[in-house]
Design a binder for this molecule. Sequence first.
Ligand code: ZN
Length: 417
Amino acid sequence: MHTRSDCRICHSTNIEKYLDFGEMPLAGGFLTKEQLKEEQLFPLNVYYCKNCTASEVLDIVPREILFKQYFYMSSATKTLSEHFERFAKEIKEKYLKNKKGLVLEIGSNDGILLKPLMDLGVNALGVDPALNVVRIAEEKGCRVVKEFFTPEVAEKISKKEGQAEIITASNVFAHVDDMDELMKAIKIMLAEEGTFVIEVHYVLDLVKKMQYDTIYHEHFSYYTVKSLQRLFERYGMEIFKVERIPIHAGSIRVFSRNKRKGNKAIERQVKALLEEEKKAGLHSFNAYVEFAEKVKKQKNQLNSILSKLKKEGKKIVGYGAAGRGNTLLNYCKIGRETLDYVVDASPLRQNKFIPGMHIPIVAPEKMRESPPDYALLLAWSYFNEVMKKEQEFLKKGGKFVIPLPRPRIIGVKDLQA
Ligand SMILES: [Zn+2]
């Protein structure tokens, strides 16, 4: 492991820490029974760059440990699948000028965007190093280059396939330590008049909606639009459009292109969002210090709700095993004394254990067979989807503990109200 002493976006050393989670396990590192004994913990701190306004985790776990077996299977949630089906249509109808133009997706995961693009007849290619999810994409018939997207790999692909008219990277920008390597590869791969589209979790939502559970080792960077602007400027590029999207409880879709004479005007929301960030204080350190204080308060509130329920002898389980939930459980130190087990629909996670807290993960059927009194909704950003799916549990008197953005208890009556 190494610790950076500079900002990975702008290389300034004018950085300051505002969040300290202590020693934490890897959020994506679901464990087999054999791995429980040899689990490694790593420090988790968040810094603010006073030059470009990005927030960053600077203790870097080598990416070979982090991403080789990436358990996040995009298509496992309906919300995400639908999101990318819509995005595929937009790419084809709104942004792809040349029908045969190449669309390259960096971090193509299990083919969640590639497959609908392919179904629409788009010439789509993915790049992803995580072999277990690439296999799933290939089974769907997607074309994927099984590598980290480096300048060398970009050279290789562009020689063979030509440059890309559109490059997309969803949920990728947060996961890359060496942003210069990535941007150099983008510059090689992107056609002169091409469009580069990223989707990334948005700091404005993180701070406003108290989403500290998105902070983990695998997420290196938390961007403001301002910090992204700085990054693209360094590579002769400009942001020309930004959309706020509900994915992961608050993200932005950012469109960028090479700076060229004759480019169309930059759309108005870019400036509007920059102003909103500034108004929310996100271009100065103070807002982040206040956020960190609120995080501590939230943790105490959630713990007191859970310990009260346990004192009353209630049976509680966790709902949804994902990276975000793992941060929450480990930061709040919620373990087997509180949760009997965690249910999750993904077969890749079942029969494994929550990193750090070592709570067993089981199939959702177990919760149906013997319903608990309460389920802690770790996948709280899928609130609506889960409430619909768990009507039976709720009708029989089961309740959900919602940890964020404000700890509270939800029963069937609250949903009718
Ligand atoms: Zn910076």
